[in-house]
Design a protein around this ligand. Structure first.
Ligand code: NI
Length: 170
């Protein structure tokens, strides 16, 4: 299990670096990220969320095969958009509607360095866009209006405080 960085950690706002070496350490990182994702009960996890500012993210949608994306690039997005209530393991407990393109075409490398292209729709397209943003220091809350974001952050702080207090008592 890797530690997941949360809002306020600078690594989440970093432009990530390309991965140049495909070795066993990279495979171990990808595996550890998938394990962490599963444990955290999420569907996507990006490098900076585990303190690694490099272009890697993993996606694991229930009932489907886990996917590893290295140096991904979204090369096409549909004109058609749709809303979806997004959350993020780095902003635990919070959710908000975000409108994004419905479909994307992404090019990336797998953990063995093999290139692939994927046409994604539905939840997969959503997660790919959310995770890809992480590689460019962007969070889903950046898409909200100032008023929406302030409200969400106030609630987040409140919840967070409660969580910290709870921990102190134990
Ligand atoms: Ni996220």
């Amino acid at each position: 299990m890797l530690d997941i960085c949360v809002l306020g950690d600078d690594v989440l706002r970093t432009e990530c670096k390309d991965i140049k070496v495909f070795d066993s350490a990279l495979k171990m990182l990808a595996d550890a990220m998938l394990e962490t994702l599963k444990e955290a009960d999420g569907v996507g996890l990006a490098g900076p969320q585990v303190g690694v500012p490099e272009k890697i993210f993993v996606v694991w949608i229930p009932e489907e095969d886990p996917l590893v994306f290295i140096n991904p690039e979204i090369v096409e997005t549909s004109i058609e958009t749709c809303p979806y209530e997004e959350g993020c393991l780095s902003v635990p407990g919070m959710y908000h509607n975000v409108v994004r393109p419905k479909r994307v075409k992404v090019q990336a490398f797998d953990a063995d360095g093999k290139p692939f292209t994927l046409d994604a729709d539905g939840l997969l397209a959503r997660v790919i866009q959310h995770e890809n943003d992480h590689l460019h220091g962007k969070l889903y809350i950046d898409y909200l209006t100032d008023a929406e974001r302030e409200k969400l952050l106030r609630l987040y702080e409140k919840k967070n405080k409660a969580r910290k207090n709870r921990k102190r008592r134990v």
